[in-house]
Design a protein. Structure first.
Length: 283
């Protein structure tokens, strides 16, 4: 029996099907995603050009399901980490963060700097895991922060070590230039990136690629390095980069990565230490 054809629409730009309640829920989440202080239902209705009655049931359900959280003192709703939690369960990010967490904790303790893990998310990068510095002072990027691929240290690493096809797709949205192309080639040659932060003055970002079992880059491990001036002995940026390289390689190995330029090695997730020597990711 032939499958029924979807109904035709007079407006080619209009969707063939609609789910108004679902669309309202997505609109609410996207709106609150850019409002860290939250909004009341009446404020949401004003911003979205809808009535309070249209949004009330949607907001209540989202709150009950854990996607929103209401501040009882102000009646403002804020988004929760539910979306990030679901994304981690449904994508390789779950395994990546599970493996990387303890290694990043050890890295932060060793160099007394914060570190974070960035993955590609559409045409941007996304911070999916971070570890703050155990020292008295430090600078850390917030979990869930979007990262510009073309201008950031992490973005350069993700672009440089992506496959040619994946990079071409990303650069269609990100945009490219002779300067960026030359920089990405330099990052590939040296195996890491080190540039002043695109967000904060006085911060030098250093980043290394993390590879999956298939040999493809899955994340960028980055330290926003702060140079201490108090005269006490501290880890230098060069020492921090060495530790960063070692940690990125340890995460990659735990994910099943192996150097395909070496002899054939069967990757495994159950063996943390390789039985054969791998060539360094530093190149």
């Amino acid at each position: 029996m032939a499958l029924p054809k979807p109904p035709k629409s007079d407006d080619a730009k209009s969707p063939a099907y609609s789910a108004p309640a679902l669309e309202k829920g997505i609109d609410v989440i996207e709106l609150l995603g850019s409002e860290p202080s939250g909004l009341s239902i009446s404020e949401m209705a004003t911003r979205m050009g809808r009535s309070i009655s249209e949004l009330f049931r949607v907001v209540v359900v989202l709150d009950r399901r854990g996607w929103l959280r209401k501040d009882p003192a102000s009646d403002r709703y804020r988004v929760t980490y539910k979306l990030l939690e679901v994304a981690h369960r449904a994508t390789p990010a779950q395994e990546l963060t599970h493996v990387a967490g303890p290694l990043m904790h050890a890295l932060a303790a060793q160099v007394e700097q914060s570190c974070h893990l960035v993955v590609v998310n559409g045409a941007q990068g996304l911070v999916v895991l971070r570890q703050e510095s155990p020292g008295q002072t430090g600078f850390a990027v917030r979990l869930g922060t979007s990262v510009d691929l073309a201008s950031s240290c992490s973005g350069h690493v993700l672009l440089a070590f992506a496959t040619d096809a994946a990079r071409a797709v990303l650069l269609q949205d990100v945009g490219t230039s002779a300067t960026l192309d030359a920089r990405l080639e330099q990052v590939r040659d040296q195996g890491n990136e080190s540039i002043p932060s695109a967000r904060m003055a006085g911060v030098s970002d250093i980043s290394c690629p993390v590879f999956g079992f298939d040999g493809h880059v899955v994340a960028a491990l980055t330290i926003p390095f702060l140079e201490a001036i108090d005269g006490a002995p501290h880890c230098t940026q060069a020492e921090a980069l060495d530790a960063l390289k070692a940690t990125a390689e340890a995460i990659s190995t735990a994910l099943g990565w192996y150097d395909r330029a070496d002899e054939d090695i069967v990757p495994t997730l159950s063996v943390a230490a390789p039985t054969k020597k791998r060539r360094s990711l530093a190149g």
